[in-house]
Design a protein around this ligand. Structure first.
Ligand SMILES: *Cc1c(COP(=O)(O)O)cnc(C)c1O
Length: 399
């Protein structure tokens, strides 16, 4: 069907990903072109990373300017844009202090260290952290131990201990699992699970957990690596429930594609780390900080939170109109531009079929079609996504 050459599996790069036989060449807005010149509509956004799409006309010159001035200097010295970006994050989250790193797992690793030291500072020798079924927190030994997916953990034991696992949205289970345990220091979850299949925590549950954490002096730690940075229509997804966490790891969308991570902390956790407790070579470097500052500035200039809410709602409505009640479609979940369509059978083949049809998306948790496009997506582009995707789903379900 396609005579163009496909990139072969590499003899030298480790075989860690089940990649599609496509290599991207360049992008513009919500469009990408591969090395054969084929065009794609991007509903994946580099897995919730490309907040501003590709080659954004305001971001490109800012990053070019920064690269020509200074990419990296090291945390031996002050980095003025760290203070600037920290202030932007603090103002938008209601928290107080930020530690910068380079990836999501690193932000979560810092959160786990904060929680353990929070315990040790209170005299708790063996601190325990509550985590969730189907959670995804990263691929380091500690974060894969916190992750609730046996496939991520298989082959890497012994796992890090000190985790207690509970189901989502069940306050009684949480209370039962922690009752009378003096070693609990924190509760840790994603507001909307990403890799686990786009599973939202309910607003009432978030409020109940906040109250339980307050009553017991535990840290409430919310992994907003995927669902945060405006994707749901608020800066952070937990803000829909009107709560404020104590610790919030961020990454993915924060730098519009430049690697960056951050852990944002409120008063209970802001002063736990002292000089020598934690650090990283790349974290907070001038290029990443400039990307973060410019991303937030451009998002506000262009009203991208409102856009994410509006276009997400539109896309979801179009999908629901067609799919709800259809045999083979279990549920449509998510908020804003984070949408999951759960089918009743594994549908991994749809990533390749969608790409063949010119649409980029992913399938997670085996049977959930996930879309996390750039927040600049227009209503017309959302209609185009639906126009490509719906016939593919119908054909797949008819097989
Ligand atoms: C992607 C993701 C991570 C891991 O981020 P990396 O940058 O890949 O280390 C952690 N938590 C959540 C919720 C994620 O979606």
């Amino acid at each position: 069907m396609n005579a163009a050459p496909k990139p072969a599996a590499s003899p030298h790069v480790m075989n860690t990903y089940g990649r599609l036989p496509i290599a991207m060449s360049h992008g513009r807005g919500c469009r990408l072109w591969d090395t054969n010149g084929k065009e794609y509509l991007d509903a994946l956004g580099g897995i919730a990373v490309n907040t501003l799409g590709h080659a954004h006309p305001k971001l490109v010159p800012a990053l070019q300017d920064q690269v020509a001035k200074l990419i990296h200097s090291s945390n031996y010295y002050h980095v003025p844009d760290q203070e600037k970006l920290a202030q932007l994050l603090v103002e938008r989250s209601g928290l107080t202090n930020v530690f910068f790193c380079s990836t999501g797992l690193e932000a979560n690793e810092a959160a786990l260290k904060l929680a353990r030291k929070y315990g040790h500072d209170k005299g708790i020798e063996r601190p325990e952290i509550v985590v969730y079924d189907k959670a995804f927190h990263g691929r380091s030994i500690a974060t894969l131990s916190a992750t609730g997916n046996p496939k991520v953990q298989a082959g890497f034991g012994p796992l890090v201990d000190g985790f207690i696992r509970v189901p989502l949205n069940d306050i009684d289970s949480l209370k039962k699992a922690t009752a009378g345990n003096p070693n609990i220091v924190a509760v840790f979850f994603e507001t909307i699970q990403g890799e686990g299949g786009v599973n939202p925590m309910r607003a009432q549950y978030l409020k109940d957990v906040r109250a339980l954490c307050d009553a017991n002096d535990w840290l409430l730690m919310i992994d907003e690596v995927q669902c945060g940075m405006g994707r749901t229509g608020k800066w952070f997804a937990h803000q829909w429930a009107g709560i404020v966490p104590d610790v919030m790891p961020l990454a993915k969308g924060l730098g519009s594609g430049v690697p960056i991570g951050a852990v944002v902390a409120g008063p209970k956790a802001a002063n736990i780390f002292q000089p020598g407790n934690h650090g990283t070579t790349f974290g907070g470097n001038p290029l990443a900080m400039r990307a973060g500052v410019e991303t937030i500035r451009i998002m506000e200039e262009e009203g991208l939170l409102e856009n994410a809410a509006r276009v997400g709602e539109h896309l979801r409505t179009v999908l629901e109109k067609d799919l709800i009640g259809r045999a083979g479609v279990k549920e449509i979940r998510g908020q804003g531009l984070m949408i999951g369509i759960e089918l009743t059978k594994p549908c991994g083949v749809l990533t390749q079929r969608a790409a063949d049809a010119g649409l980029l998306l992913s399938v997670t948790a085996d049977s959930v079609i996930r879309m996390v496009p750039p927040l600049i997506m227009t209503t017309a582009e959302a209609d185009e996504v639906a126009a490509i995707l719906l016939p593919l789903i119908h054909a797949f379900l008819a097989e």
